[in-house]
Write a protein that binds this ligand. Structure first.
Ligand SMILES: *[C@@H]1O[C@H](CO)[C@@H](O)[C@H](O)[C@H]1NC(C)=O
Ligand SMILES: *[C@@H]1O[C@H](CO)[C@@H](O)[C@H](O)[C@H]1NC(C)=O
Ligand SMILES: *[C@@H]1O[C@H](CO)[C@@H](O)[C@H](O)[C@H]1NC(C)=O
Length: 221
């Protein structure tokens, strides 16, 4: 019922585009800005670092044999604190299945991570693990006259993900296995008393190097 509802709401909006009868999600997909892509240009998981894209966006890659990768760069505003724009960089990969009900279910390897920059928080910049299973309740594919092939994903609650355009038919991805020796770093967060970010990030038993720490420091808002 839920799927039918979402679908019937979609039809009028997308009527101008041809729906693909047998969608194929294999490849690399990115939102309108085309600024964010999965793969090595966005994230360096062994170092727990990110390269800042020129614009916000989201990218998904899927392989034929069941691996996925997601890269996100977004801002979130806070209604009660309009000056406090939170920046989030997120990277995760693992395996996925397409269930018989049409949902895509991802299972992360455990080496995903995210960087949160919140200029108004005591802890203004930190990195933490990101290891959530994501469920996309349904997906549709369309041929757009000007933009080419488009992938529409819907979150578990039906919220549409920004339409995704095909960056490449061959997925641009990191190796499809866990990329940190310590797959479960404990990241200790500290209050932001210091002038640099160095004291804010301390991994216990982790592998973060000086390069990662200085990169993080240089990203401080
Ligand atoms: C918005 O700011 C308030 C007060 O600083 C904080 O309690 C809340 O968690 C923030 N919300 C988000 C979504 O960051
Ligand atoms: C990451 O999530 C997967 C799927 O829930 C789980 O099997 C795995 O143990 C988790 N890894 C870590 C390091 O938490
Ligand atoms: C489809 O099945 C998967 C796996 O059982 C479940 O996680 C998902 O919520 C289901 N999707 C819908 C739309 O009910």
């Amino acid at each position: 019922m839920f799927s039918t509802l979402v679908y019937s709401l979609l039809i009028p909006v997308l009527a101008a585009q041809a729906q693909i009868a047998n969608p194929n999600i294999v490849g690399t997909w990115t939102s309108q800005s085309r600024a964010v892509s999965t793969g090595p240009e966005f994230a360096n998981p062994a170092q727990l670092t990110f390269n800042y894209p020129k614009n916000t966006g989201v990218s998904f890659s899927f392989t034929q044999d069941g691996f996925y990768e997601i890269a996100r760069y977004r801002f979130r505003s806070n209604g009660s604190e309009p000056n406090c724009i939170i920046g989030i960089l997120q990277w995760v990969h693992g395996t996925y299945t397409i269930e018989t009900n049409g949902s895509i279910v991802t299972t992360p390897f455990g080496d995903g991570y995210q960087q949160i920059q919140d200029p108004c928080a005591a802890q203004s910049n930190f990195i933490e693990p990101y290891n959530f299973t994501e469920v996309y309740s349904l997906y549709r594919q369309f041929q757009d006259a000007t933009q080419g092939l488009k992938l529409h994903l819907f979150e578990w609650d039906g919220t549409p993900v920004a339409p995704l355009f095909q960056l490449s038919t061959t997925p641009n991805m990191h190796p499809t296995r866990s990329l940190r020796n310590d797959s479960n770093p404990v990241i200790e967060r500290r209050s932001n008393g210091a002038a640099t970010g160095v004291d804010n990030l301390r991994m216990v038993g982790g592998v973060v190097g000086m390069a990662a720490i200085s990169a993080l420091a240089s990203l401080m808002l």
